[in-house]
Design a protein around this ligand. Structure first.
Ligand code: SF4
Ligand code: SF4
Length: 424
């Protein structure tokens, strides 16, 4: 891929040597974790293609859209309403922040004891490694955790930031605040793109994003089968790709993949033997290319059957009501849907506990693997409450804290392996 896209990457002011080195490492990492799997689906060819072209063809598509006058909006959080971005005729992309790159540069801007996800998006920018970030006309942050809030202030000095205020509670006054923020985002998009968000455009965008969420729900429901028809690694990759591929193409491809999965389930076939220990992952989002924990978990003989995270069911669980007839109605529906997100940044956040227990049961999980990034206060705190809730429900749980380095892989294998053995 490298040679054919060098000119484009150069125009985006990437550090070509460092970027080529990164792609080489990523390619090998992907090969080890993904291509080594047995019995993969035919539909996984789409995943392999998208991933192999993530910095190539997809960026070329974005550049082509820009040449036609479209704007590119980058985001880091499932709180940013994609429906509005699409209704403003802009492209909405998730900025991944899942690799340990540019850490030293990032630590010149944020404290060392900042989570790996925040350091990653800053590191990628400062080390000139991310063609998505460089393609963005606007990058939308949110006041969720303190780490992100303060990091966006610093990041705003080097990137075109716009910050949405997300409330920390869910009272009626918080809903008012969030509604005002959704309207403010709509206006910011209209200013950026010069296009008006009309009833028709917003209705179509709501349907497009709902369709994407529905296919992810379909995928999740199929994973309840035993034997599990798809690996947790592939399912995580699907959720990750849902943030940066074109939503209509993604939905069509994933419906094809789900057809294949349905046939597999009907034939009683799977990626692990029937009765293999089943794990639900729960906690911090795992952005591309953060595949470490599911890879380690599945190398112990377990199979991951769900992800209770933003790159998982927190993003796909709720749909937007499609019955609104005016822009105002539809914005009310967006406000309601997005305020149902059970991010650990909320207080209290008891609905997340109920959701985890319900998801573990629906997926027929034998245990929950709670995952927090080191220095992530919200999720590390909630791990205690999740453990209590799951203990009450008689669902075993193991909490792990880690980052993006591979230094603790052996230690994780030992801990997760021992946990999985207790599930047999
Ligand atoms: S965990 Fe919270 S802050 Fe992070 S992406 Fe999800 S909703 Fe946003
Ligand atoms: S992982 Fe935790 S600390 Fe890091 S950005 Fe998300 S909520 Fe904040």
């Amino acid at each position: 891929m490298a040679a054919s896209y060098n000119e484009m990457w150069e125009k985006l002011d990437l550090d070509l040597d460092a970027h080529n080195a990164l792609l080489e490492v990523l390619g090998k990492f992907y090969g080890d974790i993904y291509m080594s799997q047995q019995g993969r689906l035919k539909g996984a060819e789409y995943l392999d293609f998208v991933l192999s072209e993530v910095h190539g063809l997809r960026i070329k598509e974005l550049q082509d859209e820009k040449a036609k006058g479209k704007k590119i909006v980058g985001t880091f959080c499932v709180f940013v309403p994609e429906e509005l971005t699409l209704a403003a005729d802009a492209v909405h992309v998730g900025l991944c922040s899942g690799a340990d790159a540019g850490r030293e540069q990032a630590e010149t801007m944020v404290p060392r004891n900042t989570c790996a996800l925040i350091k990653s998006f800053i590191g990628f920018k400062l080390a000139k490694l991310c063609p998505f970030t460089e393609s963005c006309d606007m990058i939308v942050g949110e006041t969720t955790c303190d780490g992100k809030k303060k990091a966006y202030e610093a990041f705003g000095k080097v990137a075109p930031m716009y910050v949405m205020e997300v409330p920390q509670q869910k009272r009626s006054s918080d809903r008012e605040l969030w509604r005002a923020e959704v309207w403010r985002y709509k206006e910011a998009l209209e200013r950026l793109t010069g296009r008006k968000i009309t009833t028709e455009k917003l209705r179509e965008a709501i349907r497009t994003v709902n369709a994407k969420r529905r296919v992810l729900q379909r995928l999740n429901a199929l994973r309840a089968a035993d034997p599990a028809p798809i690996s947790g690694r592939d399912a995580l990759l699907i959720n990750q790709i849902s943030f940066y591929d074109d939503p209509v193409r993604f939905t069509a491809k994933m419906n094809e993949l789900c057809d294949e999965l349905e046939a597999r389930v009907a034939a009683g076939e799977g990626v692990a033997p029937k009765g293999a220990p089943r794990l639900l992952l729960s906690g911090c989002p795992m952005a591309v290319p953060n595949w470490k924990v599911p890879y380690v978990a599945e190398s112990t003989g377990a199979v991951v059957v769900g992800e209770e995270s933003c790159i998982g069911t927190r993003n796909s669980r709720d749909l937007v009501d499609e019955s609104g007839e005016t822009v105002n109605d539809m914005i009310e529906a967006l406000v309601d849907r997005y305020l149902r997100i059970d991010c650990a940044c909320f207080t209290p956040n008891d609905e997340r506990l109920d959701n985890i227990a319900a998801e573990a049961k629906a997926a027929h999980a034998d245990g929950v693997l709670h995952y927090s990034l080191l220095f992530c206060q919200p999720y590390t705190h909630e791990a205690f409450k999740v453990a209590k809730k799951l203990s009450d429900e008689k669902i075993p749980m193991l909490a792990v804290e880690t980052d993006y380095s591979m230094d603790d892989v052996e230690q994780l294998k030992t801990r997760i392996g021992a946990f999985v053995e207790t599930l047999d």
